[in-house]
Design a protein around this ligand. Structure first.
Ligand SMILES: [Zn+2]
Length: 446
């Protein structure tokens, strides 16, 4: 039995249904589950973590990533390109990846997320060159200790068939479906507290066929797993949909079974009001990726309208070739700022952005057991030290978390286990990992 008492936090942000914040708060954890939250708690025999000067929040949830891209950051030809040009620069480099690149890049991305307060992340892996498998990233996450929702992505329409990716990076659709079945049967855990849940994720409407979109949706319903893809990312994406399918992305998604509480779409920058209404009504989720949208010049996603229409919204750092940082708390700050750029200073508060980053993400990924510091929920939480220079002089520690900083956690706990302690990852040897990553990046740049 493992037991931990986090005590004396300046504020515990519970994200409970009343959004209660507890001053001088304690959190008592046993065997990966939150036992109680309050003040003056006693837990004889428990490990004690003193959180004086800190804010404790639910762990942040990342709903969209391509972890493998940590090996292709700031690639010269892709630095200033729009989405389609950016992809065409990077595809030939990604074609050189294999299992080692997938494993190492995933560990780097996961460690980076952990240090930024993230306890659970999804990943969208849609290319499998040279023997790479989804298994490589799952092994990486197991070692780092984050809760992981990998998705079996896919591309099947190569250049010769009118798609965007080179033929060498696409797979045959029957083989894709077979591997989707394999990874779900092998790794998906539907139980509360699951550390791994698998989703199905054809890459985007412009890289797979209509048939594969439909078949993946049928398979996901049969296996009771979630569906994920990129949708309505920018104007090029909308134009492609209108030209190829004769409809907007929202209708394409609905026609093929890609709406519902078990579906979440990345970006959705260009959804119109009827598509937003459709997503709200059908409980379809969104992974909002503000930094990536800025980086690729895609636009500002209408998150204010989405939230007002009841759409479930979570945050995503997106792949590290289009951000190129994987700092989730910085992403929450950017989400807040971008809505203000679009709609004024009262468009989104720091507290609402924090809610999207925690509870919002958990809801998007279908995790009722996470996202709130409430008795009975799983013990995923982040401890933020507000005594550093970034937040010095701040009057409201919870708002300061996004209006000022810090951008790294002091401690991170996942399923009751410590992943970050005193600002350091404790589950792996980070300097050695970074050395391996440098070596691989140099080999790719060759
Ligand atoms: Zn993406």
């Amino acid at each position: 039995m493992s037991e931990t008492l986090i005590r004396n936090a300046d504020v515990v942000v519970t994200m409970n249904d009343q959004r209660a914040e507890i001053a001088r708060g304690d959190v008592h954890i046993r065997d990966g589950v939150i036992l109680s939250v309050g003040t003056g708690l006693h837990a004889p025999g428990a490990e004690v973590i003193d959180a004086g000067g800190c804010v404790v929040t639910p762990g942040l949830v990342n709903t969209h990533h391509h972890l493998y891209q940590t090996l292709t950051r700031a690639v010269p030809g892709g630095q200033d390109a729009l989405l389609f040009g950016w992809l065409k620069t990077l595809y030939p480099i990604w074609a050189k990846f294999g299992p080692e690149e997938m494993f190492t890049s995933a560990q780097v991305g996961l460690a980076e997320l952990a240090l930024s307060g993230c306890t659970m992340t999804s990943d969208h892996l849609y290319l499998y060159p040279n023997g790479a498998r989804l298994d490589d990233t799952i092994a990486a996450a197991e070692e780092v200790g984050l809760r992981f929702h990998p998705t079996r992505g896919a591309m099947s329409i190569g250049e010769s068939a009118g798609g965007l990716p080179p033929d060498s990076l696409v797979e045959r659709e029957p083989k894709i479906l077979d591997d989707m079945i394999r990874v779900v049967d092998r790794f998906h855990d539907p139980r509360p507290g699951a550390m791994v849940r698998v989703g199905l994720a054809p890459c985007s409407p412009f890289s797979v066929s209509r048939d594969l979109m439909r078949d993946a949706a049928l398979l996901a319903r049969d296996k009771r797993v979630m569906l994920h893809t990129h949708l309505a990312e920018n104007e090029e994406d909308i134009a492609y949909s209108l030209a190829q399918f004769g409809c907007r992305p929202g209708q394409y998604a609905e026609d093929l079974g890609w709406t519902g509480a078990d579906v979440w779409h990345a970006h959705c920058v260009k959804l119109d009001s009827s598509e937003i209404e459709l997503f709200g009504r059908s409980l379809t989720g969104i992974a909002h990726c503000p930094c990536s949208n800025c980086r690729l010049g895609s636009g500002i996603a209408p998150v204010r309208q989405m939230r007002d229409a009841g759409v479930k919204v979570g945050l995503g750092v997106d792949g590290s070739a289009s951000n190129d940082a994987g700092n989730l708390v910085a992403e929450a700050r950017m989400a807040m700022l971008l809505q203000r750029v679009a709609r004024g200073a009262d468009a989104m508060s720091a507290r609402e952005a924090l809610e999207i980053a925690t509870l919002g993400g958990a809801r998007v990924l279908g995790r009722e057991d996470l996202g709130q510091l409430v008795p009975g929920k799983r013990a995923d939480l982040a401890i933020w030290d507000l005594r550093g220079i970034e937040a010095a002089g701040s009057w409201d520690p919870v708002a300061a978390l996004l209006l000022c900083g810090p951008t790294r956690v002091r401690d991170l706990i996942v399923e009751g286990r410590q992943v970050v302690r005193a600002g350091q990852i404790v589950t792996l040897d980070l300097p050695r990992l970074l050395e391996r990553q440098r070596h691989l990046a140099q080999r790719l740049a060759g």
